[in-house]
Ligand binder design. Structure first.
Ligand code: HEC
Ligand code: HEC
Length: 435
């Protein structure tokens, strides 16, 4: 107790020099970077949720009856798969035990699904290619859903959220769920899914569930998307983190180590330049020069793939950061295996891009993944890096440990804090927060 009093006194004194306590400084930054607690999702529609939960785990959504959402987005792996690059239809097993078998290596990491169902989650996918435009119309890779007068009007007007729209894409992508080599159009693939659900092996049960959920069995793939979204919205809401509680006024929920880490986040790291706002990201785009990891010869151009605009090359959506401690590995291609590697990268991103050494030997893939070092592409990545990305931070070891503690504990939802047991082995001054 005495030691605690002495420690508190000391830290108050050390900030007295600048006239502000650490809490007052953090208050000012929270305001400056428009950080607010995560909003609550819309009230849960129980029947829609239950239907969505069943659909999330049902391989009937896939063309060959062999793939469901949870194979890649497993709650045991932070709603991802724990692998750098996702493995598509034809792969076997789940999470880090997933093996490529006859599946394709997808270009990108399986992203986590936390907080994507709230209204403010405006852009989905690593490159944000699914969104709602300023007029309230969908903006997606499927022209038939987009704009004021879409060709697939029934579906477009049924869909009730960006998250619902997103769910339609894995279903209709050959390498993901539809089946490699499939030549079906998306509209055909979607029609087939609805047909399998209503008239397939579990038809009677699904007809009842759709009736309970939507009051009709006259359904289209839009209803399927809405149900999948309702499930994800509530099952994967993560707005009760120590950081949310701190912003709501519980000053003692963060330890001294975490508060110092928060200062590193705002000041030396300048992380909030991009990771501010409600989602710890404005969900807009930036290029940070993430090294290219993949099969030999690949080059992920990011947002450019969706827009074709030169200035969008190597841009990715700024990642939201709640529950970040349990969603490893990191970045659009999972090139960094833990948060220490992420911090080390941001310490000097240009060096991080040019010199990063990939040391993993993962047996999940038939061909080893490699870091692509094509000089021209590397140079283009270097030149594309955002202006507000600090190039030469020079964190001290102590600052790295503080920042690590802040990211690891303060951003983790209460329901997941138990998974952080043992973090003090990596930083003795860091501990999970108990309720
Ligand atoms: C084969 C693995 C796999 C399957 C199966 C799969 N996903 Fe994904 N999911 C991914 C990958 C990889 C991405 C990122 C793709 C990209 O950004 O280009 C992704 C992206 C997403 C996103 C966007 C996340 C974000 O932060 O923007 C959501 C939501 C999502 N998937 C939900 C689903 C749902 C619902 C299903 C089932 C209908 C599903 N996924 C099936 C691998 C998978
Ligand atoms: C210039 C904007 C910018 C700055 C500054 C920035 N980030 Fe990022 N951050 C991004 C973008 C864009 C991505 C996605 C990059 C990718 O996928 O290749 C990202 C991804 C991440 C990820 C991986 C998320 C995931 O789900 O895989 C973490 C963790 C992260 N940033 C933490 C930080 C920290 C900590 C700092 C400060 C030291 C920081 N960022 C500074 C833009 C930024």
């Amino acid at each position: 107790m005495l030691a605690l009093v002495a420690l508190t006194l000391f830290s108050t004194l050390s900030f007295a020099k600048t006239g502000k306590t650490i809490d007052q400084k953090l208050q000012a930054y929270i305001k400056e970077f428009e950080m607010v607690p995560m909003e609550n999702p819309t009230p849960k529609r129980e029947a829609v949720y239950v239907l969505g939960q069943n659909l999330f785990t049902d391989p009937l959504l896939s063309g060959k009856n062999n793939t469901n959402c949870v194979q890649c987005h497993s709650p045991a792996f932070g709603t991802g798969d724990g692998l750098p690059l996702s493995l598509g239809e034809g792969a076997r097993g789940m999470g880090t035990m997933r093996h490529q078998a006859s599946g394709a290596v997808l270009l990108r990491n399986t992203p986590p699904l936390y907080n994507l169902g709230v209204d403010s989650a405006t852009h989905l996918f690593w490159d944000g290619r699914v969104s709602k435009d300023e007029n309230g119309f969908w903006n997606t890779p499927e022209a038939g859903l987009n704009g004021a007068d879409p060709e697939l009007k029934d579906i477009a007007t049924t869909l009730d959220s960006v998250l619902a729209v997103q769910a339609l894409f894995p279903i209709a992508t050959p390498e993901e769920m539809l089946g490699q080599g499939s030549l079906l159009t998306r509209a055909e693939a979607w029609k087939n899914v609805v047909d399998r659900l209503l008239n397939g092996v579990r038809g009677a049960s699904y007809r009842q569930q759709f009736l309970d959920a939507f009051g009709t069995t006259d359904i289209n793939i839009g209803h399927v998307g809405n149900a999948l979204a309702e499930f994800q919205r509530h099952a994967f809401w993560a707005g009760n983190t120590p950081w949310d509680r701190y912003m709501k006024g519980e000053r003692s929920v963060l330890s001294e180590e975490m508060k110092k880490g928060a200062l590193v986040y705002f000041e030396k790291g300048q992380c909030a330049n991009c990771h501010g706002g409600m989602h710890l990201s404005a969900l807009d785009w930036d290029a940070v020069g993430t090294p290219q990891l993949g099969l030999p010869g690949t080059d992920d151009l990011g947002l450019y793939n969706a827009t074709g605009k030169d200035e969008d090359k190597y841009m990715f959506r700024v990642s939201p950061l709640r529950n970040i401690a349990i969603t490893d590995p990191y970045m659009h291609n999972g090139v960094f295996k833990n948060l220490w590697e992420v911090i080390e990268f941001y310490d000097a991103p240009e060096k991080g891009l040019m010199n990063f050494v990939w040391q993993e030997t993962l047996t999940n893939y038939n061909t080893p993944l490699t870091i692509e070092r094509n000089r021209e592409n590397q140079l283009a990545r270097l030149l594309a890096m955002a202006e507000d990305l600090p190039r030469d931070v020079k964190f001290t070891e102590e600052e790295e440990a503080q920042l690590w503690c802040f990211l690891t504990v303060a951003f983790t939802d209460q329901s997941q804090q138990a998974k952080l047991q043992g973090v003090e082995n990596e930083n003795p001054r860091c501990r999970p927060v108990s309720l």
